[in-house]
Design a protein around this ligand. Structure first.
Ligand SMILES: Cc1cc2nc3c(=O)[nH]c(=O)nc-3n(C[C@H](O)[C@H](O)[C@H](O)COP(=O)(O)O)c2cc1C
Length: 236
């Protein structure tokens, strides 16, 4: 896990943990990679922003899974991308099952709940969102108003062997996320067409335009959701 140490940009409320409240820290302290943040109150450790990556495909050689893995490499140090593993265990949505939720749904919900934001890499099928992904989002949309997706920042990307870069699938997803009141990042749109030309044999993203777009999307995700703020790990 990419655990990073940061200097705090704002004061941490020590009173919740029975610690003496230290004098105010200077504001806007710089992030110094590799150097532990110390002050007179001791070392404070912060964690990176956790993003749950969901590839909307069950295919072993999925381009969208490759894209998530490539995005993990391109993510800034302040972001930890965790790729969800439960999607293959999510059954078809059935309201009759609501009282006894399938294990795969509970597991996927936990993966999303543990994250500060969600990154969806979507294929496109017949001009729309893949059923496997829409199905999972229908499960996660419940309970209505208390969904793990409620107000969750969501970034969308997609890659396809086709020509339109999953534009239609992503457009549908934006609509779906209205119903969970998720905060879908407006842009840039990462619409990757002609998938085979974007990656090398080792799954590295070799398209400089795509790399630049992804870097901008990571930055937007942080800016729009203020995820660039350090996440304080409370002293134990
Ligand atoms: C039934 C079917 C419909 C498809 N429809 C589209 C489509 O509308 N647009 C598109 O770009 N690709 C379409 N494709 C191609 C998929 O994008 C391609 O199979 C892709 O690799 C799936 O994503 P993955 O690699 O992440 O599994 C379709 C493929 C199938 C099998």
């Amino acid at each position: 896990m990419k655990q990073r140490m940061f200097l705090l940009e704002r004061n941490y409320d020590h009173s919740d943990h029975g610690l003496a409240t230290p004098a105010p820290l200077p504001t806007a302290l710089a992030y110094r990679p590799g150097q532990p943040p110390t002050n007179h109150a001791g070392v404070l450790v912060t964690r990176p922003t956790v993003v749950c990556g969901i590839a909307g495909s069950l295919r072993r050689e999925s381009w969208n899974l490759k894209l998530l893995r490539a995005m993990a490499v391109l993510a800034p140090d302040t972001i930890e991308l965790r790729i969800a593993e439960s999607l293959p265990r999510v059954p078809l949505f059935n309201e009759d099952l609501l009282g006894r939720e399938p294990e795969g749904v509970t597991a996927l919900r936990a993966e999303v709940a543990a994250a500060d934001a969600v990154l969806v890499a979507t294929p496109e099928y017949n001009g729309g969102t893949p059923g496997v992904l829409k199905n999972a989002l229908d499960w996660l949309s419940l309970p209505r108003g208390a969904s793990v997706l409620h107000r969750k920042p969501v970034a969308l990307v997609g890659v396809t062997p086709g020509r339109l870069g999953t534009a239609r699938s992503q457009f549908e997803l934006r609509h779906t996320f209205i119903f969970t009141q998720s905060a879908v990042i407006p842009g840039p749109e990462v619409l990757l067409s002609n998938a085979a030309e974007r990656f090398d044999a080792d799954g590295r993203l070799i398209d400089p335009v795509a790399v630049a777009l992804i870097s901008r999307l990571w930055a937007e995700l942080q800016t729009y959701t203020r995820l660039d703020q350090p996440k304080v790990v409370p002293p134990s």
